[in-house]
Write a protein that binds this ligand. Structure first.
Ligand SMILES: Nc1nc2c(ncn2[C@@H]2O[C@H](COP(=O)(O)OP(=O)(O)OP(=O)(O)O)[C@@H](O)[C@H]2O)c(=O)[nH]1
Ligand SMILES: [Mg+2]
Length: 381
């Protein structure tokens, strides 16, 4: 699962202007005591994740596929330059057949065990005109897997950035609108409050991986706005790495007991407490009724209490127990209501029809009057 640390050959493939800008940026990182960066690259399938990894390394380190990718596992590429280590983790697309690929996310999470993520590159395309619910679902899935904090260390990367905007929009306006739409989706999918999100704004980096990308006089790849995108992108990455927020350590706890599951657990004592109070209240009400109702109801109460104890012990699951009264008709009504919680005890008709539903399959089919399951009790008044 690990990767071999190699000398960064691709660095020397960059034009001299790009190299000197990168050297400056890495020096800044060293000043801040950062000698190693681990960049995680995630996003939908086919948006240009692997191509971006190769562009940033200046070499063909991972496979790029024009059609459905066959790489289903994350891959880490490690490069060393003058004592600085750069790890980039390329991952499979997070969408499979129009759905979020939770299996891929699980694989990524396990692959990352004991690794510290310095920066997340969340990749999408610039030349897309809509965000939809699936985008939101992907962000939610990433947030559920790694926690909201991952967005503090993230950078939105928009590929296919060499484009002519539609209509009369300028390039900068188009980029701003598309970035805004994706960032809004991230905020909503991650359920981050608007103010918190604005306080720690996610930067945006534009990328053009195509070999047909325009170049400037220094032979650097440039965008339609004239920006040499590789050094700009690395600058944004360095900015996120040194933004003062904690890097994400993917430890055992995160991998085996997801944070989201832990979050729900704190409500268990509260739910048990409310359940206990409810049972106590029901018992008190029944006792009151018995004092009014006399001996027959005492029998009814004794039976109900036995059932109630079973209910309490099982902690009430999806199947709830019902006590219906008032003869066959109301008993049937109670039967139909199986699946909701409730209690009806009282006097009506010739029989007490006490029906504790939901204990067996047959009980949930209470339509036939002839049906008399073991937990339906008829008491002659
Ligand atoms: N024009 C253009 N094409 C790109 C760009 N980035 C990627 N492509 C092309 O898009 C296709 C998919 O690119 P990949 O880098 O394999 O995309 P991916 O996100 O890694 O795909 P999966 O691994 O399948 O999820 C390839 O044909 C790339 O050449 C870009 O910025 N501009
Ligand atoms: Mg890929």
């Amino acid at each position: 699962m690990g990767s071999i640390l190699r000398d960064w050959q691709g660095f020397h493939q960059f034009p001299a202007a790009t190299q000197s800008k990168l050297v400056e940026l890495f020096a800044k990182l060293k000043e801040e005591g950062v000698n190693k960066m681990t960049i995680l690259v995630m996003g939908k399938g086919g948006v240009g994740k692997s191509s971006t990894v190769n562009s940033l390394l200046g070499e063909r380190a991972v496979n790029v596929s024009s059609f459905q990718s066959e790489g289903f596992r994350p891959v880490m590429v490690s490069r060393d330059r003058a004592g600085f280590t750069l790890n980039i983790i390329d991952t499979p697309g997070l969408v499979e057949g129009g759905y979020v690929n939770y299996q891929a996310l699980e694989l990524i999470k396990r692959f990352l065990l004991n690794k510290t993520i310095t920066v997340l590159l969340y990749v999408d395309r610039l030349d897309a005109y809509r965000v939809d619910d699936l985008d939101k679902q992907i962000i939610s899935a990433i947030t559920d897997t790694f926690g909201k904090e991952i967005w503090n260390k993230s950078l939105l990367v928009l590929t296919h950035a060499q484009l002519s905007p539609p209509d009369d929009l300028s390039y900068d306006v188009f980029c701003a609108r598309r970035s805004e739409a994706v960032l809004k989706t991230i905020r909503m999918g991650a359920q981050i409050r608007k103010r918190d999100f604005e306080d720690s704004a996610i930067p945006v980096g534009l990328v053009e991986n195509s070999g047909r990308c325009n170049k400037n006089e220094n032979d650097e790849k440039i965008l339609p706005n004239g920006d040499a995108w590789i050094p700009s992108m690395v600058k944004e990455i360095v900015g996120v790495a040194t933004n003062g927020k904690k890097s994400l350590l993917v430890d055992e706890k995160l991998v085996n007991g997801s944070e989201s599951n832990d979050r729900g657990k704190i409500f268990i004592p509260l739910i048990l407490g409310v359940q206990w109070l409810l049972v106590k209240w029901i018992q008190r009400e029944i006792k009151k009724d018995i004092v009014k109702g006399g001996n027959q109801q005492l029998k009814l109460f004794a039976i109900f209490r036995r059932r109630l104890r079973v209910f309490s012990r099982t902690g009430g699951g999806r199947r709830n127990h019902w006590v219906g009264n008032g003869g066959p008709e109301q008993g049937r009504r109670a039967g139909r209501a199986t699946g909701s919680a409730g209690l009806v005890v009282g006097l009506a008709g010739d029989f007490y029809n006490v029906t504790v539903h939901g204990c067996c399959q047959a009980c949930s089919r209470q339509s036939a009057p002839s049906h008399d399951p073991y937990n339906k009790i008829l008491l002659k008044r």
